[in-house]
Design a protein around this ligand. Sequence first.
Ligand SMILES: CC(C)(COP(=O)(O)OP(=O)(O)OC[C@H]1O[C@@H](n2cnc3c(N)ncnc32)[C@H](O)[C@@H]1OP(=O)(O)O)[C@@H](O)C(=O)NCCC(=O)NCCS
Length: 394
Amino acid sequence: MEEGIDVKNIGLRGVKVADTRISDVDGEKGVLIYRGYNIIDLAKSSTFEEVSFLLLNDRLPTQEELKRFQSELVPERKIPETIFEIMKRLPKSANPMDVLQSIVPILGTYDLQLNEETREANLKKTFRLMAKLPGIVAAWDHIRKGKEPILPRSDLTHAGNFLFMLSGSLPNPDTARDFDICLVLHAEHSFNASTFAGREVASTHAHLYASITAALGALSGELHGGANSEVMRMLLEIEEVDRVKSWVREKLQKGGKVMGMGHAVYHTEDPRATILRKTSEKLAERTGGRKWYDITRTIESATKEEFRKLKGKEIYPNVDFFSASVYHMMNIPADLFTPVFAISRISGWAAHIIEEKFAEAQPKAELYRPDADYIGTYCGPQACEYVRIEERTK
Ligand SMILES: CC(C)(COP(=O)(O)OP(=O)(O)OC[C@H]1O[C@@H](n2cnc3c(N)ncnc32)[C@H](O)[C@@H]1OP(=O)(O)O)[C@@H](O)C(=O)NCCC(=O)NCCS
């Protein structure tokens, strides 16, 4: 490590950059709070729509407010035909996250309030985008197969409508509720990489669509939201419970990572993983897909055991670990798992972007501008002499 670098700041771990009222993660106790409410209670009793209201408004809605919130979202599900036309011209092999990250700024060009920087206008932009994301993700799955997108229904919940647009048939109500719980669990997680990317872009006074696009880029990486698709690839590669132990041992001994295990903040079990473990088991029983649940559970115990032997410490599953088998049993294709994460996280991102732009909770927001120690070529205080290209030897 170079002299002068504060090791603690690498990766900004533990560096506080703002105050937030939106969520709190206690990595030691394994507690996640959205606006004062425990994620366990929200997953049990709330819905994605209610949680989105909570994240965006700093309080739970009344019945009347929730009804209004839902009725404002539903008409915004409609996606301009031109967007589908653009999507039809993209290579069919395009990764769904890349498609989403390309379409969001284009959707922004249709928003008449794009550059209107009031809190109200940003909430309206959030509704529009939040309502449309599921339609974009589902439409891409049809378009890439040479089929027409399935249009939204107005009588279904946000969760149920996505499953409908993806499969073309009405989802089992229990499965729709399980998916709703997944959306609740993924909606917010404090200053993670994608949220920070979104806030950082918002701090330049860029508009909401630009900030969300940045967040999508950060989410796509396998160390962040991309991990859920990677977990599914791992499950498909292992395929049999009997192969788990040797696969995990070899992976860890070679210094590889078991996707969905470990977390930058939780040093105990991620509470979302605890809930999703149960969801995965329930779904396995309902759909007869026990194999994927069993492989996942065996990877969990084998990784814990091997990790203890190799590193002398504990490792726990994170939110992505069980969401892979859950989504697979809901017939969601593996490369849509990360876009599904985005469908949910958009409410947390938007809450943070609005907080960054308008909140009073933090010392007046500033443009994020970290620093770095220069360790490149140095020829003294006067800098290097510029040698013309024809006189240069190398
Ligand atoms: C999320 C993640 C990047 C956090 O990493 P981190 O902050 O470095 O975690 P830790 O400091 O606790 O890691 C300690 C050690 O465990 C190792 N480790 C962490 N997660 C691991 C995993 N999933 N598989 C194998 N080893 C892992 C690290 O490489 C590190 O090893 P070292 O001490 O030899 O350098 C990491 O756990 C990871 O890559 N997990 C897999 C990807 C994933 O699931 N991402 C989604 C996160 S929600």
